[in-house]
Ligand binder design. Structure first.
Ligand SMILES: NC(=O)c1ccc[n+]([C@@H]2O[C@H](COP(=O)([O-])OP(=O)(O)OC[C@H]3O[C@@H](n4cnc5c(N)ncnc54)[C@H](OP(=O)(O)O)[C@@H]3O)[C@@H](O)[C@H]2O)c1
Length: 328
């Protein structure tokens, strides 16, 4: 597994980060806890040492399972744990942004307990909260750092101005932006900004909610509770358009004896300003496939071929729909 220095931190992390949203059994259909646990342990065995979770992923469930995996794995210090704060929910699972100092202070203690650790390696503001100045949220994060509850501070789903607001208070070590072959908004100014300022990035959505795994025919429908049900990318015409593009991408991937999922994740890693890429995995088999992202390179002529496929096949520009924490 390729490792990389994570921005200006002293963390050495795997370039592939295990995402554990699916582990929470919420918004992607239910999850099997035993299977989730095996997937995490398999990731650790295969050299992934960076795991991303959040309280909202299953309302504590994902963090608890990550905590259980850490306990079984034993070597806590060999694993870099990233979690988040700034969202709250009610008993009906309605989610609201809340990055107030009181909420952050409450969340950190709950996360430490669920994860069974004394310190979080990377603590990220999940979504900026328009009701609270980011500087105020950031001041609370800095206090947690001084108190030794977190090592490094990151943000997620923030634009340049929002990152600058945070940086006016203290060091922002990382950004988690959406980024994949089909959704490239972040490359306009966000990734160059991070690169210029030594901010590490963790690209999420690398498989575009499963679209880039090549497993869809374009005819699928999704059950209630699956966020793809409301995602415009999975509405008939657009969905088929992506599937056709994936069919062509598959042919380029085959030149490298790689699956389209491995190819899509590799493509993300080769883009300027990208430090790491996240991939969620429901099963150990998915982890095994996704680790095939490392140890090889897409050649320049094939990067060009990819651009041609995207410009000829994808007629719908990327929209802002990715940028919402809501489920349906
Ligand atoms: N900061 C944020 O706001 C934010 C937002 C989204 C995600 N994230 C993070 O990023 C991580 C990745 O999430 P994502 O949204 O980017 O999801 P993703 O990685 O694009 O897709 C993950 C889903 O695709 C399927 N999958 C994964 N590997 C596969 C394979 N090799 N073959 C077939 N199917 C495969 C699995 O679901 P099925 O088996 O059900 O198809 C899996 O749950 C999350 O877990 C989370 O940690 C963060």
């Amino acid at each position: 597994m390729e490792k990389i220095r994570f921005g200006q931190t002293d963390l050495e992390v795997s370039v592939l980060v295990l995402g554990t949203w699916v582990t929470g059994g919420w918004a992607w259909g239910d999850a099997d806890d035993g299977q989730s646990l095996r997937a995490i342990l398999r990731a650790l065995e295969l050299g992934i040492n960076f795991i991303d979770t959040a309280p909202v992923y299953g309302f504590g469930r994902s963090e608890r399972i990550v905590g259980q995996a850490l306990k079984e794995w034993g070597a806590r210090d060999a694993v870099v744990i990233a979690t988040k704060c700034g969202l709250e929910w009610d008993e009906k699972e309605n989610i609201r942004r809340n990055a107030s100092p009181a909420r952050i202070r409450q969340e950190i203690d709950q996360s430490l307990e669920r994860l069974g650790v004394e310190r979080i390696d990377l603590y990220q503001i999940h979504w900026p909260d328009s009701k609270i100045h980011l500087e105020t949220s950031m001041e609370t994060m800095l206090k947690l750092q001084v108190a030794g509850k977190i090592r490094y501070i990151g943000v997620s789903n923030c634009n340049r101005e929002q990152i600058m607001a945070c940086r006016s208070v203290g060091q922002v070590h990382s950004l988690q932006p959406p980024y994949n072959l089909f959704e490239r908004e972040s490359e306009k100014d966000l990734l160059p900004f991070c690169q210029a300022n030594g901010i590490a990035t963790m690209a999420y959505g690398g498989l575009c909610r499963g679209l880039l795994t090549g497993k869809f025919s374009g005819e699928e429908t999704f059950p209630r509770g699956d966020l793809r049900r409301a995602d415009p990318k999975f509405k008939p015409d657009r969905f088929r358009q992506y599937v056709k593009a994936v069919d062509q991408l598959k042919r380029v991937a085959e030149k490298y004896h790689k699956s389209v999922a491995q190819f899509a994740l590799r493509w993300v890693l080769q883009q300027p300003g990208i430090t790491t890429v996240l991939a969620g995995a429901r099963t150990a088999a998915q982890v095994e496939e996704n680790v095939g992202v490392t140890g090889w390179q897409i050649q320049p002529e094939d990067l060009e071929a990819v651009e041609k496929i995207l410009t000829t096949r994808i007629k719908t520009p990327i929209g802002p729909e990715f940028m919402s924490p809501r489920r349906e």
